[in-house]
Design a protein around this ligand. Structure first.
Ligand code: ACM
Ligand code: ZN
Length: 775
């Protein structure tokens, strides 16, 4: 427990003794919070609002007063002024930072100080989290609700100026009402930017008056693939788009909630829907069809055709009329170059511009830079700035472009060093289309990966090691992305957002020294009560049992420590049976020595969560000392080498922390068998060829008494995967005469060069290993 938590616990204890059971469950947590004794009675309290606050801020105050009236059932008087003896007083304070606020709650008077609408909105969100959850309801609350707020003092302001959430409405379309719900969710978490991904290969969703076919033709796909079966079809047309009036409505609604909408027109790739509407804009002229499959289409805008630029300028002119944001997102990601390589117009443009291949990039990359720069100049002439995905760094980029780093944080770091502003949105942390629970077979279908709430929470946007303070100042903020290939419904959309949005909010808002997973997790029940009051669908696995495993070589066992949010009691079984509150109560780490299935539940009144389940494979090397003789790739090192002998065989998710990944180099590890006798080694691997992950080409076991001189015990050659071989979990075994040699060395040969049939041919391949099972 840190000092703050200790202090808070004492205060909460005192507050509880004083009959006040409300706690300071605030997410994102404020910069400074000073508890005081006593409480303020909010129902029926008068409101005084400083006329110096701007109209949007005053409107926010009025809206809050209406909510309090509607839910508490008691009218509040509203007046203009800059002083009051009681009730709520909202003051203009020029000393507050743009989005900051001060909140001073005493028994009679609540004073809010802010310099902007956003400051007022964030103070209101904080107060709503301090008030009973009933404030989030739609109508009058039960009479028993005590409309109190604890006395305290808060000074608060966000860490980052850009706090974004991205929403893809191309792959699946979400009507205006659901977009507004997303905006509400963002506002609840104090986010300030909605990145609206409006166009893509699978559907154009924005009415453009100059180009009516974009929505007439480009907003409807003939069919959609089923699940993850490429080539399949549901034989059902799918479409939807926003009229310009609807867009203006969304933009205005967002503005009322302190949220800027940044539209994305993804170019020059991800344009198949537009090409289906206007085939003359493509390199080949067609036939084009709005895509019913997921992935990256190779059809892109022709960069050699002036009509393309006329089209883009026409579209962007209307986009600028609809969206007042300073930034326009121009995409730029995943633009395949093969059409440009073959297109006479594109090649003529390359020659005319004198673009050449160099050591780093091809002429076609510079052609994309040319498109980006031309669009950037057009927007700059109209007072706007561009944001693009990190691919826009490939080639040349003008310094005023802002880079959105999605393929990890490296692109963002590089861009910040070059002097670009940067928004961090790394796939491995902030892609909310990934699974958030481990037992994926019980989850709605997701694109893959595994990003639980804690993985979002742990994202550290400081980059102190990589960047100087001047360079780090270019990091404008952080955003999570929500791609919707596998999100067909609004309810699933909310599920994917929540509660990860809460963790995102703390990454974006809280100073580094003010973040605490324990404090956050403890407060999450209050926030999910709010989700429930709002009718939001949210993932509940964070309230289940979580576990930490640790090999204990001294005891010769794997120790499993179980936790629950709020220390809810845990019951477990080891025979795979369904645990109930009659099963063994968990009190101390569980010691695993043999194969078994551990299942555990948290006992809670109001939330049902699936049991935690983990199967341990019998393994004579279980928890034995093990060393790495060759180094895995840093990104995929996780808990290696101990996780290679922890009894756990993983699932198909390569990035879930259980897999260890070698890249190019062979895997070589040595296990101290400590006198056990054994006669086989089985290597558990993963094949996911689309991710360049292959089976090994050879497996060898060698043994030694002294740990220095090894003799081969057995080996196995493994044929190279063909394109037709299915992906999956694959294991390989070598057997040999029984031995009790002390040291066992296991070597596996990685694919040195990816074969010719593969898109990444010639590059090195990965070998992913989850477990080395010795029998
Ligand atoms: C992206 O995820 N293609 C930016
Ligand atoms: Zn072309």
């Amino acid at each position: 427990m840190n000092r703050l938590t200790t202090l808070l616990s004492c205060c909460l204890f005192l507050a509880a003794c004083a009959g006040n059971t409300r706690s300071y469950d605030l997410i994102p947590y404020p910069n400074s919070l000073e508890p005081r004794s006593g409480e303020f009675h909010a129902a029926g309290a008068p409101f005084t609002c400083d006329p110096q606050l701007d109209e949007a801020a005053r409107k926010a105050v009025g809206h809050f007063a209406e909510q309090l009236e509607a839910t508490s059932g008691q009218p509040s008087e509203m007046s203009a002024g800059d002083s009051a003896a009681e009730g709520f007083l909202f003051l203009y304070d020029s000393l507050q930072p743009a989005e900051g606020y001060g909140l001073d709650v005493t028994r009679r008077l609540v004073t809010v100080r802010a310099s902007s609408q956003r400051g007022v909105l964030y103070a209101i969100q904080t107060m709503k989290q301090l008030l009973p959850v009933a404030i989030y309801g739609e109508g009058p609350a039960a009479e028993t609700v005590a409309w109190t707020m604890p006395c305290l003092r808060i000074e608060d302001a966000p860490r980052f100026a850009y706090r974004g959430q991205h929403l893809d409405v191309s792959r699946h379309f979400f009507p205006v009402d659901e977009v507004k719900r997303v905006i509400d969710i963002m506002a609840l978490h104090k986010l300030n930017t909605l990145h609206w991904h409006l166009t893509d290969d699978q559907g154009w969703r924005l009415e453009i008056k100059r180009y009516p076919r974009l929505t007439e033709v480009g907003s409807v796909r003939r069919h959609t693939m089923v699940g993850k079966q490429w080539g399949s079809s549901d034989n059902t047309p799918y479409g939807g788009y926003y009229t310009q009036d609807e867009v203006r409505d969304v933009v205005a609604y967002a503005a009322e909630n302190g949220i800027t909408v940044i539209p994305e027109i993804d170019l020059p790739g991800h344009m198949l829907a537009a090409l289906a509407a206007y085939p003359e804009l493509g390199c080949t002229g067609g036939l084009y069809e709005v895509w019913g499959e997921w992935g990256v289409a190779k059809e892109v805008l022709c960069a050699g055709n002036d009509k393309t630029f006329e089209f883009l300028e026409g579209v962007l002119t209307e986009v600028m009329e609809l969206f007042p944001s300073e930034y326009i997102h121009i995409g730029g990601d995943e633009c395949p170059k093969e059409r440009w390589e073959q297109c006479p117009k594109c090649q003529a443009r390359i020659r005319a511009l004198g673009l050449k291949d160099d050591a780093e990039f091809k002429a076609e990359h510079y052609l994309q830079s040319y498109v980006t720069k031309r669009v950037e100049k057009f927007l700059a002439d109209h007072g706007r700035r561009i944001i693009g995905w990190d691919e826009i760094l490939e080639g040349e980029l003008s310094p005023s472009a802002t880079v959105m780093s999605w393929r990890g944080t490296e692109g963002g770091i590089k861009a910040a060093k070059m002097g670009h502003d940067v928004i961090m949105t790394p796939t491995s942390r902030l892609y909310f289309d990934y699974y958030q629970a481990r037992d994926v077979e019980n989850e709605p279908l997701a694109i893959g990966g595994y990003i639980p709430v804690e993985r979002v929470y742990e994202f550290d946007p400081s980059f102190e090691r990589e960047l100087t303070p001047e360079e780090a100042a270019h990091i404008l903020g952080v955003q999570a992305n929500l791609w919707t290939e596998y999100i067909p419904t609004s309810s699933q959309l909310e599920y994917m957002l929540l509660p990860r949005e809460a963790a995102l909010a703390e990454v974006q808002w809280c100073r580094a020294d003010n973040r605490s997973w324990e404090r956050f997790l403890g407060s999450l029940s209050h926030l999910t009560d709010i989700y429930r009051a709002r009718g939001y669908n949210f993932a509940k696995n964070v309230f289940g049992v979580s576990a930490q495993t640790r090999n204990n070589p001294e005891k010769g066992c794997v120790e499993v420590t179980l936790f629950t949010q709020g220390d809810a009691p845990i019951y477990y079984t080891l025979d795979g049976s369904e645990p109930t509150d009659k099963s063994t109560r968990y009190t101390a780490p569980i010691e695993i020595r043999t194969g078994c299935t551990l299942r555990a539940i948290a006992q809670r009144d109001n939330i049902e969560v699936r049991p935690y389940t983990r199967t341990f494979t019998a393994n004579k090397a279980l928890a034995h000392p093990i060393v790495l003789n060759t180094q895995p790739r840093d990104n995929y090192l996780y808990g290696a080498p101990q996780t290679l002998v922890d009894g756990f065989e993983s699932d198909f998710t390569y990035s879930n922390g259980d897999w260890t990944g070698w890249f190019g180099d062979p895997m070589v590890v040595t296990i101290d068998m400590q006198g056990a006798s054994y006669s086989s080694v089985r290597l558990g691997t993963l094949v996911q060829k689309g991710m360049d992950i292959f089976a090994p080409l050879a497996l060898k076991a060698s043994v030694s008494e002294d740990g220095e001189h090894f003799t081969e015990a057995g080996s196995l050659d493994i044929p190279m995967e063909t394109a037709a071989d299915p992906d999956g979990l694959k294991s390989y075994t070598v057997t040999f005469p029984e031995t009790s040699a002390r040291y066992l060395r296991v070597e596996a040969q990685t694919v040195g060069e990816i074969p010719a049939w593969h898109g990444a041919h010639g590059k090195k391949g990965y070998l992913f290993v989850d477990e080395i099972v010795v029998e």
